[in-house]
Design a binder for this molecule. Structure first.
Ligand SMILES: *Cc1c(COP(=O)(O)O)cnc(C)c1O
Length: 436
C-alpha cells in the first residue's frame, strides 16, 4: 500500500517510510492510497468473532500488503492485551470503554500497535537502535512510553515540562525504567516540542543516531483505532441493537473519530457519527459555516480535547474530497462548556450510577440530545474517570477507587533526567547517552 500526503506536494511513501517519518515532507498527513471494502459476509457474522479476530481482519486490509500475515497477527494480538467492551448506560446509550489498557486511555491502542510495527521494521533492517523522541504535556507521554516499554531495539525519550504535568501522569512515564527515559525540561510544553523538532533537523545528531517520533498523526498510531469501532458494532449486533447505530466521539485532534470514519469507508454499517467538542468548537463551527478557522485553545475540564487547530481535520477533509455537504451529511457536531460537562456528569451518575470522565461526558450528552427515535448510540469513553480523580471526586462528591494498575505506577520510584531548555544541552546529552 502506498501513502500520499494530504498536501499532495510530497512523493508517495511506503508504510515503512510513513511510520518512520510521521509527517510528510510537505508537512501534510499521510493517507492510505486505497481503503479496502470488507465483504458483506464479514459483517453478517462479525458478532461471532472476538475483538482480536475482528481487529486482525481490519489490520489485514490496511497493512496486509506490507506485513506478512503471521507477523501482523502477532502484532495485533500483542497490541490488544486488553478488551474494549460496550457497557449499557441507558436503554439507548452504550459506552465503548477504551480505558482498560495500561495507561487507562484509548491512546494505548495506537501506541502499542505503533511500537510493535516499528520493532518489526527495525528487525527487518537488521541491527541498530531507533530512538523515539516524544514531547508531552501529559497523556501522550504515558501512552507512548508504556506502548514501547520492553520493546527491543527501541529507546524512548519522553520530554515533559517540569511542574506542569499532574502527579499521576508523571508517574506513568518516570517510573518505568528499562528502555524509557524521562527528561524533565526546565520550561513549558512548547520548549519540549521545540527541542524535539530541532533534534529531527540537526544533521550531526541524525548522522549518529536514528531518531523518530511517535506523534499521534503517525499512521501506525491512528489507523489501528479503527479496530474498536468494528468491535463496538459486533458487540451491539450481538445484543440485536446494531441496525441504526450512531457513534459519538469526544474529539480534540480528531485522530480517534477519523479512524472510525475510515471504518465506515470500509463498509462498517454505522448510520452516522457525532463529533463532541468541549468549548474548543473549531470543528463544530466548520460544520455550521463551512469555514475552518483555527483558534488558540481554551483550557477546559476535558483537557485532552483542548485543541484549537485539530491536525486530523486535514484527513477528514481529504476523505470526503473537501465536500462540506458530504461531511455534514454524515457527521454532526456538539460543543459543551465546563458547566455543561459538570451537569452531565452529575445527572448521568444520579440517574444511572455510571461515572463518566469529563471527556466521555461530552459524548454521552451529545447522544442524549441528538438521538432520533429508533437510533441507538455508542459513545467512546476515552479515559478512565480515575485518571481525573480530583475533578471527578469533587464534581460527583464521591471517592472514586483508583484501579490497581494506576496505583502501581504511583508506588514506583520516579527517575528523570533534568534538562535545560537549551538545544545544545539536549543534543550533548543525546550524543553521550543514546545508542546508535
Ligand atoms: C487524546 C484524548 C481525546 C481526544 O482524542 P483525539 O483523537 O485527539 O480527538 C479525548 N479524550 C481523551 C481522554 C484523550 O486522551
Amino acid at each position: 500500500m502506498r501513502y500520499y500526503s494530504t498536501n499532495k506536494q510530497a512523493p508517495f511513501a511506503t508504510l515503512h517510510e510513513a511510520v518512520v517519518k510521521g509527517l510528510a515532507s510537505d508537512r501534510g498527513l499521510y493517507m492510505p492510497e486505497t481503503i479496502k471494502h470488507l465483504p458483506p459476509s464479514f459483517f453478517d457474522t462479525i458478532d461471532r468473532l472476538s475483538f482480536q479476530e475482528i481487529a486482525y481482519t481490519v489490520a489485514e486490509a490496511f497493512f496486509g500488503d506490507d506485513v506478512p500475515s503471521s507477523d501482523l497477527r502477532h502484532i495485533v494480538y500483542d497490541t490488544l492485551s486488553f478488551d474494549c467492551p460496550v457497557v449499557r448506560v441507558t436503554d439507548n446509550i452504550y459506552s465503548l470503554e477504551l480505558f482498560h489498557g495500561p495507561t487507562l486511555a484509548f491512546k494505548d491502542v495506537g501506541a502499542r500497535f505503533m511500537a510493535r510495527l516499528l520493532q518489526y521494521f527495525i528487525r527487518q533492517e537488521g541491527s541498530g537502535q531507533v530512538n523515539v523522541l516524544v514531547a508531552t504535556s501529559g497523556d501522550t507521554g504515558s501512552a507512548v512510553a508504556n506502548g514501547f516499554l520492553g520493546v527491543d531495539g527501541i529507546h524512548v525519550y519522553v520530554l515533559y515540562p517540569k511542574g506542569k504535568v499532574s502527579p499521576i501522569q508523571e508517574c506513568q512515564f518516570t517510573t518505568l525504567g528499562r528502555n524509557i527515559t524521562a527528561i524533565e525540561v526546565d520550561g513549558v510544553f512548547d520548549d519540549c516540542q521545540r527541542l524535539v523538532k530541532q533534534a529531527f533537523l540537526d544533521e550531526e545528531l541524525n548522522a549518529h543516531l536514528r531518531l523518530t517520533s511517535a506523534n499521534s498523526i503517525n499512521v501506525a498510531r491512528f489507523l489501528p483505532q479503527a479496530f474498536y469501532y468494528f468491535n463496538a458494532y459486533a458487540r451491539m449486533k450481538e445484543l440485536g441493537l446494531a441496525d441504526e447505530l450512531v457513534m459519538c466521539v469526544p474529539s480534540g485532534n480528531f485522530g480517534n473519530i477519523t479512524a472510525g470514519l475510515f471504518g465506515a469507508e470500509m463498509g462498517l454499517p454505522m448510520k452516522r457519527f457525532i463529533a463532541a467538542n468541549n468549548a474548543n468548537d473549531i470543528f463544530y463551527n466548520y460544520l455550521q459555516t463551512g469555514l475552518y478557522e483555527p483558534k488558540a485553545s481554551i483550557p477546559t475540564l476535558a483537557n485532552a480535547m483542548d485543541v484549537g487547530d485539530p491536525s486530523n481535520f486535514a484527513r477528514v477533509y481529504d476523505l470526503y474530497g473537501g465536500s462540506h455537504e458530504r461531511i455534514t451529511s454524515y457527521i454532526s457536531g456538539a460543543t459543551y462548556s465546563d458547566e455543561q460537562i459538570r451537569e452531565t456528569m452529575r445527572s448521568c451518575y444520579a440517574s444511572t450510577g455510571y461515572v463518566l470522565d469529563p471527556h466521555g461526558a461530552c459524548g454521552f450528552r451529545a447522544l442524549s440530545e441528538q438521538l432520533a427515535p429508533g437510533e441507538v448510540g455508542v459513545f467512546c469513553e476515552t479515559a478512565h474517570p480515575a485518571k481525573f480523580k480530583e475533578k471527578v471526586d469533587e464534581i460527583l462528591s464521591i471517592d472514586i477507587a483508583i484501579p490497581e494498575r494506576l496505583a502501581a505506577f504511583m508506588r514506583g520510584t520516579k527517575e528523570r533526567e533534568p534538562m535545560t531548555r537549551q538545544f545544545d544541552d539536549f543534543k550533548a546529552y543525546l550524543l553521550k547517552e543514546a545508542k546508535s
